[in-house]
Design a protein around this ligand. Sequence first.
Ligand SMILES: Nc1ncnc2c1ncn2[C@@H]1O[C@H](COP(=O)(O)OP(=O)(O)O)[C@@H](O)[C@H]1O
Ligand SMILES: [Mg+2]
Length: 265
Amino acid sequence: MTTAPPLALKVENLSCTIGKYMPIADVNFHLKEGEFLALLGPTGCGKSTLLNSLAGLTKPAKGKITLFGQTQNGIHPRVGYMQQSDTALMPWRSALKNIAAGLVFCKNNLQLDKATIASHSQMWLTRVGLAGLGNHYPYQLSGGQRKRVLLAQTLIRSPALVLMDEPFGALDVLTRAQMQSELLTQWDSEPFSVLFVTHDIDEAMTLADHIIVLSAAPYSRPIAHFKTDFPRPRSINTVRYTSQYIQLHADISSALRSSHIPPLR
Ligand SMILES: Nc1ncnc2c1ncn2[C@@H]1O[C@H](COP(=O)(O)OP(=O)(O)O)[C@@H](O)[C@H]1O
Ligand SMILES: [Mg+2]
């Protein structure tokens, strides 16, 4: 008998409400350790609502969330959350201090000394291409640079599971491609589990191992599942020009178009 690979995340019969409105209903899926899963759904289908629940920021109306084999109970020390809005950055802290915040304000209290925090933060600042901008405050950075700070702040404490909510959504094409490459490089060097929320088919296909398509709200739920087995390490500059890619893109587009299905109840 073979043992099942460990799960980073298991979501069972999960429903989320905002007041009386229920964007997410009866959602079931799981994510294995070290796997990259993309959730693809139309705008407003409840992706951010779902991630807020998985991150432990809000309580779901119904259902169960299991993280690393244990029932979720609020914010988990091994889970990183890169929220959709870059207002998650602290405007009174420099880029470097915002990155350091990932180590300083964390639930598992890493007890690192100041010198270690400073050198780690500097390393991450360079890694996300912001060397020399460490003393800039968020208002002095472009949207793309702020996203880089958020990425470094999230990854600096090596979370075992990273929840990412349209992290590169508002960026120009070139910056977006750079950020995607940076994420893939990090992930290839030390695979962590990623739940990546996006409404962009190309982004999901380029990055993920699996793609789950969500239906439109209300009562959004998974309606299709695709495996993307392009070889790794992937180069985002080459993977998009294969016939296999084009076919899969057409299939996912079709699933997304059919996502406006009648509600369950
Ligand atoms: N505070 C709120 N009050 C009422 N409705 C909300 C609120 N926040 C979000 N919504 C609605 O809930 C739905 C899901 O929102 P959201 O999770 O942000 O979707 P997504 O991230 O997929 O774009 C949307 O239709 C949105 O208009
Ligand atoms: Mg959202």
